[in-house]
Design a protein around this ligand. Structure first.
Ligand SMILES: [Zn+2]
Length: 339
């Protein structure tokens, strides 16, 4: 009836057992972002037999990210297939028992309900705070645990957020920092053991939460692999926290925000329109053809325009490569896509 044999080496571990393994197989997890941290977490979760994994990622593999994003290779980079699709294909080869659902999208207020519907746990593999605040709002509102993880340089942090029990992300960071005020992997660099370790910390806590263990680690864990330090500090719930104290879900409700963000380490800007649309990329290809080199591979359209590269997705999202100037990127987007 059930095939637990392949997991015998982990079932034997005293903390898991057959009951624990069955709970893993029945669990539904959402992984938001499948870059360095997401790759590490996804490989570990799928091989562990976490039964259903939805992977949401908006991006494509890039040469400068291959050193730390272990699910992708040079061939994938040339094919320019979205990361979520490549990840699902590769991961299913390691464990065909797991149902993996790729979602090529940016997680947003308008689609989080659809994408996260029915999950038991959310794992953070993103590289930006805007998405993390959105996850935090949705998870606190729906009483779903999530695990925050972040990496920079050779260091990282991890925190389990269990609504009603622990502090939430806004208890820790009440307001988003000003744009450009945080270090990024563009300015600080990243060494790949850091996301591997933070991904591992996320997955071990995910396993404990799913099986209902009393060993779940609360508080904010900080690691610095260069200095070889590892510590966890307690984070108290803030009774005045807008999200978990007052029940205000400002990030979830900011439905009209047009997002543009400079992408970490990419010399590129991402443009996300206020409303998700469904573009006919084939007809856009025909329209742009006379203006520059244009190609369409069934998933995304690429066009060389004015010395910049426009990468356009069917939901209207675009990555403008060759600049970090958001105004310049928006202007190109608006000019060619008639917004
Ligand atoms: Zn809170």
């Amino acid at each position: 009836m059930e095939d637990l044999d392949r997991y015998i080496r982990q079932i034997t571990f005293h903390g898991l057992g057959k009951e624990g393994q069955r709970k893993l197989l029945a669990s539904k997890v959402l992984l938001v972002g499948c870059g360095a941290l997401g790759s590490a977490a996804a490989v570990s979760m799928v091989r562990s037999g976490i039964g259903h994994l939805t992977i949401v990622d908006q991006d494509i593999p890039e040469l400068v990210n291959l050193h730390r994003q272990f699910l992708y290779d040079e061939e994938n980079m040339k094919e320019r297939i979205p990361k979520a699709v490549v990840a699902a294909q590769k991961l299913s080869r390691s464990n065909s028992q797991v149902k993996i659902i790729p979602q090529v999208a940016e997680l947003r207020p308008e689609n989080i309900e659809r994408i996260a519907q029915g999950v038991h746990l959310v794992i953070d593999g993103t590289d930006n705070l805007a998405t993390r605040y959105l996850i935090n709002d949705w998870c606190v509102k729906n009483n779903i645990p999530w695990i925050y993880g972040g990496v920079i340089g050779a260091s990282g942090m991890m925190m389990v957020i269990e609504p009603g029990k622990t502090a939430c992300l806004r208890c820790l960071f009440p307001e988003p920092p000003a744009a450009g005020s945080l270090p990024s992997c563009e300015t600080e660099g990243v060494l790949n053991p850091a996301p591997m370790l933070v991904g591992a910390l996320e997955v071990i806590e995910a396993i404990k939460i799913i099986i209902g263990s009393d060993k779940v680690k609360t508080g904010l864990t900080n690691i610095d692999l260069w200095e070889h330090t590892f510590s966890t500090i307690a984070i108290k719930r803030n009774p005045h926290c807008p999200t978990c104290g007052k029940g205000q879900f400002e990030f979830l409700e900011k439905k009209k925000t047009d997002w543009s963000t400079s992408l970490c380490g990419r010399n590129a800007v991402q443009i996300s329109p206020a409303a998700i649309t469904q573009l006919n990329l084939e007809s856009i290809r025909e329209r742009l053809q006379p203006l520059g080199k244009v190609s369409f591979n069934g998933y995304l359209l690429e066009a060389d325009l004015e010395g910049l590269k426009l990468i356009l997705f069917p939901d209207g999202r675009a990555i403008i490569q060759g600049t970090t100037d958001e105004t310049k990127a928006r202007s190109l987007y608006n000019r060619y896509l008639g917004r």
